[in-house]
Design a protein around this ligand. Sequence first.
Ligand SMILES: NC(=O)c1ccc[n+]([C@@H]2O[C@H](COP(=O)([O-])OP(=O)(O)OC[C@H]3O[C@@H](n4cnc5c(N)ncnc54)[C@H](O)[C@@H]3O)[C@@H](O)[C@H]2O)c1
Ligand SMILES: O=c1ccn([C@@H]2O[C@H](COP(=O)(O)OP(=O)(O)O[C@H]3O[C@H](CO)[C@@H](O)[C@H](O)[C@H]3O)[C@@H](O)[C@H]2O)c(=O)[nH]1
Length: 464
Amino acid sequence: MNIKNICCIGAGYVGGPTMAVIAQKCPEINVTVVDINEERIKAWNDENVENIPIYEPGLPEVVKEARGRNLFFSTDVDAAIDKADMIFISVNTPTKTYGIGKGMAADLKFIELCARQIARVAKDDKIVVEKSTLPVRTAEALKNILDNTGNGVNYQILSNPEFLAEGTAVDDLMNPDRVLIGGDIDTAKGKEAVDALVDVYAHWVPRERLLTTNVWSSELSKLTANAFLAQRVSSINAMSELCEKTGADVNEVSKAVGMDSRIGAKFLKSSVGFGGSCFQKDILNLVYISKSFGLHEVADYWEQVIIMNDHQKRRFAAKIVQTLFNTVSGKKIALLGWAFKKDTNDTRESAAIYVADYLLNEQAEIVVYDPKVKTEQIYADLDYLNTRSLEENRARVTVVDGAYEATKDAHAVAVLTEWDEFKELDWQKIYKEMLKPAFLFDGRRLLERKTKEGIGFEFYAIGS
Ligand SMILES: NC(=O)c1ccc[n+]([C@@H]2O[C@H](COP(=O)([O-])OP(=O)(O)OC[C@H]3O[C@@H](n4cnc5c(N)ncnc54)[C@H](O)[C@@H]3O)[C@@H](O)[C@H]2O)c1
Ligand SMILES: O=c1ccn([C@@H]2O[C@H](COP(=O)(O)OP(=O)(O)O[C@H]3O[C@H](CO)[C@@H](O)[C@H](O)[C@H]3O)[C@@H](O)[C@H]2O)c(=O)[nH]1
């Protein structure tokens, strides 16, 4: 079966880049990305390709090549569903904020709305692809809705979780370690659907990296991969605290450990704590699923990854307060970086939000500079925590356009995102314009201790 028309519901951090790359690599397939968020679609269609709503290195070039040729962004969800042979669901699946499973389970209301919309609109057979990260066995619920509320057409449900990381999305999509496709491979129709999706990716991904499994393995593998990755970060962060007490250096430990080929070097960088929209949400979801099956030891095991991460964020903020003679009240603290990692404008669950909130509770005056994050986003992130009034957040937090403006007259500077440009700053100038003693806290192990201490900074870096 040859796919001619793809529709993707959800034009976010996954739907946008993923579909742009599919469209670029498969010029004979029409790809329409739809979203209910009109502003987002407008930005994807902005004449100036630099204004697309997601900042990802290399993405503007891909969009430029395919947009208007075989890549389209639209708010007409019904029309795109109607036309498509294959529909990707790439909507958000945040942690539930109400009711049963509040604070743990994935909220599947957006997924269900998509299923009901597909069922209402579809007049011919469709392959429905779960691109969103979902609890294991969600495909069953999707099929139930589609089969019972649909127009009697045949649906095949595939699971095709996305493994891209933000900041490197285009490269991850162009050269994936593997593409995972879960389907009903024991039936002829199921196998045909899996083959159709394999053929799409085979345009550019070597066949040996196209991995097919049953649907449940595919759904669960995505949660497992994120849990393992986050666990590595929490493991090295746990060691960072021990390093600080013992004179060991976490970078040296991480290098020594990572050179063991059984362990591997990646994802062993100690930090102020992992952020991003996925790790915490997906582990909480895993914990919830485990508990719902009565697997309490399994649940506790994974929950510890989150507990450690929360501790790391808190302990970094507490270190700032302790070092500044146990009070930051009325003191200006400059935060360099707000995004959850470099090369993205995404701030979801960024450690910076929690560090700022902690310092604000200690009555600090916060000044933030991030090269890609918009001012409204920074306020929105703080408001979302509901710790203090919107007015107070605006009165106590200032967002500026440059690092020198942020650090001038500050009591302390904290590096919270590993943006390359922070390495290149004129730290001599920053030191000169700060209050003394000038405290510098490196939450990313980005800066070299020797040169900073040479300038005169009181320097603290995570894990040493
Ligand atoms: N962000 C990542 O790096 C990443 C990586 C892999 C997997 N994932 C998973 O992919 C999914 C999407 O994540 P994201 O970061 O792209 O989210 P996102 O919030 O950036 O985008 C989701 C989009 O879906 C739209 N939407 C929601 N309901 C809709 C509906 N009924 N009809 C049309 N549009 C609708 C929203 O308006 C939003 O623009 C999540 O399940 C996430 O866990 C994310
Ligand atoms: O050694 C490391 C590696 C990462 N991090 C932090 O961990 C967080 C997550 O980073 P990363 O995994 O690179 O970015 P994400 O975009 O969140 O990607 C993760 O989450 C996605 C969503 O599910 C998956 O698709 C990806 O495979 C998975 O890496 C960030 O705050 C990083 O700063 C560290 O502190 N130390």
